[in-house]
Ligand binder design. Structure first.
Ligand SMILES: *Cc1c(COP(=O)(O)O)cnc(C)c1O
Length: 223
């Protein structure tokens, strides 16, 4: 059903035949739920909390799966990233990029990275300001183990899916302006935007990766 809706949204956007990567965000859900989806052929899983992810990744040990860290990364958790994740969606500072590069180098690993852009004020909002993004891209491009792939945005929780559209549009325009400025296309190919409530709007606005949890696994129960 999710795949059908993704296809429909692509069609509506005139993007028929294009692919959207569906990251199944499994935070708070048990390893068995991940394994069940994996056994159906799904390969991309997302987590927000490094400790929870480490346990799941180790326990499940799924061949060829790609694990995506989609949440804010604390500096003291950087050391666990290389052996746990293949993707990181929330890079937001030069300092964090340097710490990541150092750990990746030590473990001879690479990491596909998206820069999270901040469009909202408030301390719980993470992301880099638009005005600082060029410096952060330059930093990533100078790193051997960080493979920059694109941008990510996390709008405020929408009341209506349309509430998110301006954020998605803004991210796409930012990406286009960075391409115009001459940054390499490979490093800006992906737009990670859209969650269970607004992924169709995100696809209409050019999302290449959606991060969805509840629509796949059901409502989350926090203890
Ligand atoms: C939890 C989370 C998601 C998935 O949210 P759903 O509402 O379950 O689809 C996506 N991205 C981030 C950054 C998240 O924290």
């Amino acid at each position: 059903m999710l795949k059908k809706r993704v296809e429909k949204a692509l069609e509506k956007a005139g993007r028929k035949g294009e692919e959207v990567k569906i990251v199944a965000v499994s935070k708070t859900f048990p390893p068995e739920s991940v394994r069940a989806l994996y056994s159906l052929g799904h390969k991309d899983f997302g987590e927000n909390y490094v400790q929870e992810a480490r346990k799941k990744v180790k326990e499940l040990s799924l061949e060829n799966a790609e694990w995506h860290m989609v949440g804010k990364l604390q500096k003291n958790k950087v050391k666990y990233i290389p052996e746990t994740f293949q993707w990181f969606h929330a890079l937001d500072s030069v300092e964090l990029a340097e710490l990541l590069e150092k750990k990746l180098r030590e473990k001879s690993k690479t990491l596909k990275v998206l820069i999270q852009v901040k469009y909202e004020e408030g301390e719980h909002r993470v992301g880099v300001e638009e005005s600082d993004i060029k410096a952060l891209i330059e930093k990533c491009l100078s790193c051997e183990h960080i493979k920059l792939r694109g941008l990510m945005v996390l709008p405020p929780i929408p009341e209506h899916p349309e509430d998110s559209r301006p954020y998605f549009q803004r991210l796409r325009r930012l990406r286009d302006s960075l391409l115009d400025a001459g940054f390499p296309e490979d490093s800006l190919k992906e737009l990670s935007m859209g969650m269970s409530d607004d992924f169709e709007v995100a696809i209409e606005e050019g999302a290449t990766i959606i991060r969805v949890g509840r629509i796949i696994f059901g409502e989350r129960r926090y203890e």
